[in-house]
Ligand binder design. Sequence first.
Ligand code: ADP
Length: 545
Amino acid sequence: MLGLMQDRPLLISSLIEHAATFHPETEIVSRLPEGTTHRTHWRGIAKQAKQLANALATLGITAGDRVGTLAWNSHRHLALYYGVSGSGAILHTVNPRLLPEQIDYIVNHAEDKVLFFDIGFAPLVEKLAPTLRSVTAFIAMTDRTHMPAIDVPNLLCYEELIAAQSDQYRWPELEERSASSLCYTSGTTGNPKGVLYSHRSTMLHTLMELAPDTFGVSSAESVMLVVPMFHANAWGTPYAAAMVGAKLVLPGPHLDGKSIFELMRDEQVTFTQGVPTVWAMLFQHLDAHPELDARSLGVKRVGIGGAAVAQAMLERFERDFGAEVVQGWGMTETSPIGVISKLLKKHEALAPEALLKIKLKQGRGVWGVDLKILDENGAALPWDGQAFGHLHVRGPWIASGYFKGEGGSVLDAEGFFPTGDVATIDPDGYLQLVDRAKDVIKSGGEWISSIDLENAASGHPAVAEAAIIGIAHPKWQERPLLIVVKRAGHEVTREALLDYLATRVAKWWLPDDVVFVDQLPHTATGKLLKTKLREQFRAHRLPTL
Ligand code: ADP
């Protein structure tokens, strides 16, 4: 027997309608590529989204067509989130930090019909345009005054395009499982693969993002999205903010420490999200300006994911900002919420040291995401916080496969998605990431976690950033090499660093060597680019050989 409740589809358009109706005046603040600060509100975004939906129709976009964006976080990008998906087309957010060849591959693979771009990417668009076979119009996200002088076919101006359109539009009643947006993984190995989200998956994920035991976004907040809107839908927060009518602060391309600090201060940001590398830039700015008082900002929570949060980062946010760090683990394929680190009631009684250990774990399972860890033979491992194995996940906002069937069928026999990560899970359901399977260091038949070693090394006051890679070793198979960027104005020797680590990690984990570099390579989503480091140090001779 079926229930007798209304069968209303879960649609992204309902978010913008809700925000415009119940939070019309709540501000959306953007720092634009043009250098100015723009202010609108949820009603303004809803109006623009409807104008966009009408404009897309005039450009020949119909349901299921892909609409590409190459853009930073701004009110225009936010309006595209709603105008494109709401009208039944698919928003394809392209990561502009990828290599031009990868962008070319992705746009062609997705068959984007039109491409919206920030003016900062005009030279890139001009270079790529001749080979972007499916794109029939290029829309510069700016006004007439700032139009780039580039030679591409059918170059349009965003502000003119929408100004010519009515703001009356009826959102179609789509099937909730229709595709809503598309985001490619950065493809550090092989070609990038497309993850195709649906309205339903997005809406369920959005609900979970609002829970107090996850990111707990509410209408009272000023939320700054430092995570780019091309990185797994900015972790779902552009949707969550609309669902509760939170104020949104969008920094555009201005992600340097100074700009981020000023936005936090000027827009009274209470919650912000980003990857560790951007917070490292903010810390550098604060180091250079001791007169700045981070605590006076009033930031309450900082959501961090994409890479492990080092102890030093967590402690600095707590100490200097008075802010709680909410770590999350996830991936483009998981929308991205997989697990979120929040404490349980029973942890209130714990001493600071024990508490820190829990806070540094990636997080606890949330409703909607089933977890399991498997050994090399595919047998389930116990949740004892010790046994580590391949992490598989399942749920209504986890990918079931890649766009156009790339990579074949990816799920295991129980319908779980293999993440490629190695993790432990403790009896309370807290997951701790050991490594990506391909980054873990195999030494003498045992595994060494590069994440743990990097975390320990970055606790040294002279270390700005640390990376660990495995170097081939005839006796041990692999041994760890520590690669370090020193903090400006600080000195430390190889021996001092090894002494520091000796008191913090098991003896057999100690790196066999330390090298100092000026900077470390990162992926397009801000992670250490281990493939490049392994290439760079392939010929490195360990002193232990
Ligand atoms: P990319 O496209 O760069 O792969 P994703 O955001 O999809 O971008 O990357 C997901 C991966 O990032 C995960 O599989 C995991 O290895 C890593 N990751 C994400 N969050 C964390 C975290 N909190 N701690 C450690 N690693 C993380």
